[in-house]
Design a protein around this ligand. Structure first.
Ligand SMILES: CC(C)(COP(=O)(O)OP(=O)(O)OC[C@H]1O[C@@H](n2cnc3c(N)ncnc32)[C@H](O)[C@@H]1OP(=O)(O)O)[C@@H](O)C(=O)NCCC(=O)NCCS
Length: 143
């Protein structure tokens, strides 16, 4: 498995399509809702299996010491095979290597265990997405 930023237009299309399929379509959200206004400023990671994107994640710059992981999604047929944790490990390396000392994220309730295994601590409930998906603020410190 190779993890890198998408490059060609078709890779970028696959990248956003996976985000949409996993994180938006099941809740009947419109196409386009999988993107926000910050796409051009952030770091994007895609996991490729035989040239097919099977996992995605975005690392946002919050301030010199804090990064935020967003839009984590793994193709349903490829989940629980290590794709998500490999993406997280690479995003964490980039965060620590670029001077961050803390990573934050907002996790959906059903995946708290995934992030806890990677050393994230649940801080408090945060927002409710689409009126039904409770999120929790989680943090991990460098060290
Ligand atoms: C959550 C997600 C990114 C995890 O990616 P993945 O590739 O399936 O995870 P991995 O195979 O790397 O799993 C790593 C470990 O976490 C565990 N894990 C995975 N999903 C889990 C979950 N939902 N709850 C608890 N543990 C979980 C795995 O069992 C594995 O444990 P092990 O190391 O003891 O074997 C992926 O399942 C996904 O896209 N889910 C749907 C979208 C979503 O909710 N994204 C997160 C938004 S905050």
């Amino acid at each position: 498995m190779e993890i890198r930023e998408p490059t060609s237009p078709s890779e970028w299309a696959s990248y956003y399509a996976l985000r949409y399929r996993v994180l938006r379509e099941p809740w009947n959200q419109p196409l386009g809702s999988e993107r926000d206004e910050k796409e051009f400023d952030q770091s994007h990671f895609a996991a490729f299996d035989n040239n097919v994107i099977v996992g995605v994640g975005r690392l946002d710059y919050i301030d010199p010491s804090i990064r935020q992981i967003r839009f984590m999604a793994v193709e349903p047929s490829c989940q629980c095979k290590g794709v998500g944790s490999n993406l997280m490990i690479l995003m964490e390396s980039e965060a620590w290597n670029s001077g961050a000392t803390e990573i934050i994220l907002h996790a959906r309730e059903n995946v708290l265990g995934f992030y806890e295994k990677l050393g994230y601590i649940c801080v408090k409930p945060s927002h409710l997405l689409f009126g039904e998906i409770q999120h929790f603020l989680m943090k991990k410190k460098k060290g």
